[in-house]
Structures are given as structure tokens and as C-alpha cells.
Design a protein around this ligand. Sequence first.
Ligand SMILES: CC(C)(COP(=O)(O)OP(=O)(O)OC[C@H]1O[C@@H](n2cnc3c(N)ncnc32)[C@H](O)[C@@H]1OP(=O)(O)O)[C@@H](O)C(=O)NCCC(=O)NCCS
Length: 175
Amino acid sequence: MEIISLVDYSKDKKNILAQVKDIFFESAVRKEFTTDEDRNDYFKKWCGVYWDNYSCSFYLAMEDDHLVGYLSGCKKSLDSLSVLKMPGYAEFSDEFDNFPAHYHINCHHAKRGLGVGSKLDDHFCNVLRSEGIGGVFIITAPMSRPTSFYMKKGFNHSYTREIGSASLIFMGKRL
Ligand SMILES: CC(C)(COP(=O)(O)OP(=O)(O)OC[C@H]1O[C@@H](n2cnc3c(N)ncnc32)[C@H](O)[C@@H]1OP(=O)(O)O)[C@@H](O)C(=O)NCCC(=O)NCCS
């Protein structure tokens, strides 16, 4: 398996974007969409915005020409608030000095539990360390299964907050 940044990927990007979408929608909690526009907006909000704006922090885990997972990252979360507009992120912005970067991660359903997610996390964290960025965070639902993955990967600083009617957990890792 090879991890490659989207900016360095020289093959067919349309094809890779289609594979990103397949993994994104298969992994997403939300399954119902009223229209194609609604579906496209959902993708754009949670993934496409990283593809468009932060391609140097968008990492592809490739096996031959097949995408087995991806990490959509952002190195400067504070600067990105107006671009990303994701619910809950602004409410944790007091933590962004300690944990400037964040990411989202999804693996192909047939490739989970095989170390792909771990390698994507290691890769992005090594890039951040090499650039002197001292921390990274994720935000998710507190009871979600992936919190165990993040705990294993060293995201030991956890804060849960009620945001509107939802409860969200911020998990930070110092680098
Ligand atoms: C969560 C996810 C990214 C983890 O990637 P992965 O490649 O499956 O995980 P790895 O094989 O690298 O596992 C690393 C460690 O985390 C643990 N782990 C991974 N996924 C886990 C899960 N869902 N629940 C509990 N533990 C998990 C593994 O057991 C492993 O522990 P070990 O080192 O003691 O063996 C991947 O399973 C996935 O895409 N899940 C569905 C989508 C999702 O939940 N994305 C995150 C949204 S917040």
C-alpha cells in the first residue's frame, strides 16, 4: 500500500474522486438524500471542500490503482473556519492553538482493521511534526465506534460539549 498526496497524484483524478465518493457515502451516517443536489452538497460540505481547498493535505491510500482509504486534512483549522463551515468546529476553536490541525478519515469497508487508517494517521502526523505543527484533533459523536481507533492513535485530550441538540467530542493529540 502506498500513501500519496492528492497534489502529487498524476493519474486520472476524476476516477479517484469517484472512488473517494464511494468510500465517503458508504462510511457516512446519513444515507437518505432528497435530491442529487442535496447529496452533492453533503459531500461538498464534509469532503469535497478539502479536495478543493486543501489538496496538499488530502492523502490517498492506494493499492495498485484502487483507493483503500483517504485522509482529508487541514493544517490550520483556525484559518479554515470560514471555508469549512462544519457544525461544531467553531465551538471548539479555543483548543485550536494547542491542536492546530485536524482531519477526517475513512477506509474502504473491505479494508478496515488492516492498518490502513493507522498508516494514514501516522503519515499525516509525521508531515505535521516535520512542519513544527504541535497538535491535531478530530471531532465526532462521543459514542461512535471510531473513538477507540483515535484513542489507540494517541488522541488523549478529550472534551465533550453539547452543541445545539447534539453532543460532540473533540479528541486532540499533541505531536
Ligand atoms: C475508523 C477507521 C478509519 C480506522 O481505520 P482502520 O484501518 O480500520 O484501523 P486500523 O486497522 O489501522 O486499526 C488501528 C487500531 O484501531 C483499532 N480500531 C480500528 N477501528 C476501530 C473501531 N471501529 N472500533 C474499535 N477499534 C478500532 C484497531 O483494532 C487497531 O488496534 P490495534 O492497534 O490494537 O490492533 C476505519 O475503520 C473506518 O473507515 N471506519 C468507518 C468510517 C469511520 O468510522 N470513519 C471515522 C469517522 S469519525
